[in-house]
Every structure is written in C-alpha cells, then in structure tokens.
Design a protein around this ligand. Sequence first.
Ligand code: PGA
Ligand code: ZN
Length: 418
Amino acid sequence: MSETCIVDLKARKVFDSRGSETVEVEVYTRKTVGKASAPAGASKGKWEAVSYPEGGVEEAVRRILILVKPRLIGFDSSDQVNVDKALKEIDGTINFSKIGGNTAYAVSLAVADAASKTLGIPMYQHIGGTMVKNLPYPLGNVLGGGKHAGEGCPDIQEYLVLPVGAKKFREAYLGNREVHRALRRILEERNIPFFGGRGDEGAWAPRISNDGAFEATAEAVKRASERLGFEIRFGVDVASSSFWDEEKCKYMYKHGKPLDKGEQIDYVLECIDKYKLLYVEDPFHEEDFEGFRELTEKAGDKCLICGDDLFVTNVERLRKGIDIHAGNAVIIKPNQIGTVTDAYEATKLAQKHGYVTVFSHRSGETTDGHLAHLAVAFNCPIVKIGVLGGERIAKINEFLRIEEHMGDQASMHRVGVK
Ligand code: PGA
Ligand code: ZN
C-alpha cells in the first residue's frame, strides 16, 4: 500500500464567516491528514450544484460517513481525477443533490490536501505542476450592496478594484487595501450615511446610490493610484439575477427606475465608458446569454465581461457561451460544480477559448487558505477575493507564502483585454 492511500475519512459541522454551518472533512493517508471545508454563496446561481441534501449540513456529514467513506478508503489520494469521478458516481445525480456540491467539494479538496501533504509539496504544485510560476491579480471588493449588505445600499452587489500596475502580489494587495481605506475617507467627507459597516466580504456598506458608489470608488481609485504610483482599475459585479423580475421582464432597481433589457445594456455601456471599467460581472440575468453576447460585441475590446451565475463553473453552460461569444471572462467557483476536477475542466475549456478565468471566493468563507493554491494551480490571471476579514486575509496571506516559495521565478500574470 502506498503512502498516499486513503485509510480513513472524518466529517464534522463547523461555522463559516457568516456564522452559518458548513462541512469540514478530514482525509487520512498512511502518513498524515488533509483537511478542507466548503464556502457558501448568498447570491447563488440557479444552475449551481445543490449545496446540501435535504437535512442540511447534518445530513451531509451523515452521508459522507455512510456513502463516501466506505467507497473512498483504499483510493490513492494523489489520483484526484479518479477520486472525483468516484464522488460523482457515489452521488449519481447531475447536480450533486444526493450528497451536496459543498460536501463533494470539501471531500475533493481534503483529498488534494492529504495528497500534497503526504507527498511533501505545496498543493499548488501537486495540482498545477512544478512549472507553475504566475500569481493572479486580486480583484478586491471595496464597496457593496445587493444580497451582501442591507437596505439603502447599492443595488449593484460589488464594486471591485484591480491593481493591474502592481509588480508583486504583495504590492497588488496593498493597492486594494489603499483603495479600501481611501474610500472610507471619501464616504465620510461626503457625509454619506455610514457607520463604517461592512458587508459579507469586508466591503464598505454605505447608504448610497449606484451612481454615487461609482463616483466614490472612482475617486478612491484615483487617490490610491496616485499615492502608490501604479495603475489601478475598477469594475463591478452587478449580480443582476438578484433583482431581475421575470414576470415584468425588468431589472428592478431600488435606486432608480426599472430597466428593460435594452435599457440595461445602455446603462452598463454608459458606466463602462464613463468610469473606464475594466470588469463587469453578471450585468444580465442568468438565462440571458444573448445579452452577454451583445455587450461583449459592443464592449469586449475594452472591458472584461464576466459570467458567474450565467456559467456556474459548468462546462455545458460555458460551451453554450463560447459558441455564441457570450462574455470574455468566467468566474470559477469550485463549489458551484462540486469537485476540483470539474472546476479544472471548466477553467481549461475557458482558457482554451481565450476567456479570462477569474478564480473566486464565496461571500461565506472559512479560514481555509486552499483557494490560493487552486487559483495558482489553475493558472487564473485574476482571483476575486475580499480585502478585509480574517477569512479573506487567510487566502491573501497564503498567496504571499506561495510567492515566497516560488522565489525569483515568481511573476504576476498579465491581465487585460485581448
Ligand atoms: P455569493 O456571490 O454570495 O454567491 O458567493 C458572490 C458573487 O456573486 O460573486
Ligand atoms: Zn458574482
């Protein structure tokens, strides 16, 4: 029996950054133990894997013990693809509704953790190979609303900064932190009703209109960029499915009049031009491939048009988008699809077709740092990760460790629109 052979598996309920229950899994090899937990979304896509079976995390833990554990004991933990294949067979549904996508992801990731620890190499090399030397730019959420914050906050879920001129990951993070800090001062100078409160991902959550938030973020980016001496750009995650009214066929803005599809395209195009946005995520609801196509045709040469709820890290949905040129970027959230292998396949498919892959956290996170390893292993040029909060900083700090481990050969990915 090889050292990487799985000999035991444990699961338990723990809490995430919102204080909600999530699943944590331990995978034992003959030599050591790997551990991982699952994050959770608040603005989940309709087509994501089901997070947990009926009965929630409690039932997920039970199913790991009675269904997953007996099947995985004896597997080689370094054989990720076959472990993930077995997880899909154990579940037997198309959307992990029997064991849960979060359950599958925690097991899949704990297996990767166990293998890399047993082999004595960092997870980014175990998954990505020894030639992987590039770090992603952090896309940091600095101001938020939607489902991540309270009443009176913007309809647009996230205002995100991308420090494209930074030369190192550390410098890039400092760029995002500087914008976050400058933004607080700007909100106070402008007497925006605001008590320093933050949303689920650490972004400021003031009572401000969508356009007011654009103005304030643009100013904060300008000040931070001047202070640090490198280029910082910004963008948004509209998360528009969360305020799309299917019956009325309108985006129901609280800070403005409802917009139909054509008006929404015009509004987004106007924002891209006015604020020189480099990134727009989910500007249309999760069924509107055609809207994505049209916007990509009109603005894809200057802005990343990214699908999250549209693609849900699913190769079938991604293929549909690729065929009609809907979007030029894609969010990769492994728990949307369930396993490390499936997320990898979606990433590779996107990269093959020239889409910019954006590895992403969820609004509910644990203090696991694994996300950083996967983002590097998958060669993603951008990682969407909050600026503050222990659960976000755990990933940021892991990137710093990876950067240090890569030594002189570490460099940043190139980011831009082709
Ligand atoms: P989440 O969404 O709350 O589902 O994690 C974040 C996002 O829309 O990118
Ligand atoms: Zn999103």
